[in-house]
Design a protein around this ligand. Structure first.
Ligand SMILES: [Cu+2]
Length: 186
């Protein structure tokens, strides 16, 4: 009688053990493949509005952050809509990106609007100022006054932490499955 039970018990753990191995194999395969999805930052269009108001550049609206830093990833195309609501002429000038566009005087009700597209690549990683020629002073990347910056950062997006968390979650899931399968042996 005891022998029959033992036979049944010997075969059950073998099956469970095989399932556990398959699950672990699948989990490892997921771990190997997941960086392809999590780590690849594909080039994107980044749309931003910059408003020249009160002799400052503002992000989004005339009351938005002044002297803003706009962050993009290498390969992104930064599509800027630049408005001037001041009754004075400005320029939108970026030495690094070779942009120097006049911004004729405008008003809140009738702003001057121009469009500037900046295509970045891995060689642009860094922080690069833009400025208004008549209303900023100092040397390249150290100007003060009517300025802002474009930060080209390979770390964003996506930040590395969520990617790592996703990997940890997949790993934890694999361990949980393995525990469930192993418990079925009892
Ligand atoms: Cu200006």
């Amino acid at each position: 009688m005891g022998e029959t039970v033992n036979t049944a018990r010997t075969s059950a753990p073998d099956g469970a053990s095989m399932n556990a191995h398959r699950l672990l194999g699948t989990a490892l395969a997921l771990l190997a493949v997941s960086p392809l999805f999590l780590g690849t930052a594909s080039a994107a269009d980044v749309n931003q509005t910059i408003v020249a108001s009160g002799f400052q550049f503002h992000l989004g609206t005339a009351s938005g952050t002044s002297a803003p830093t706009i962050t993009v990833a290498p390969g992104d195309v930064l599509r800027l809509q630049i408005e001037n609501v001041d009754a004075a002429a400005h320029t939108f000038t970026s030495v690094h990106f070779g942009v120097d566009e006049p911004l004729a005087a405008g008003s809140v009700s009738n702003p001057t609007v121009i469009f500037v597209n900046i295509t970045t690549d891995s060689g642009d990683v860094g922080t690069w100022q833009f400025h208004c020629t008549p209303h900023a002073s100092g040397a390249d990347e150290q100007r003060t006054g009517m300025v802002g910056a474009i930060q080209v950062s390979s770390g964003t997006p996506p930040p590395p932490t969520p990617g790592f968390e996703a990997l940890a979650a997949i790993g934890a899931l694999a361990v949980a499955f393995a525990i469930v399968v192993l418990r079925k042996r009892r």
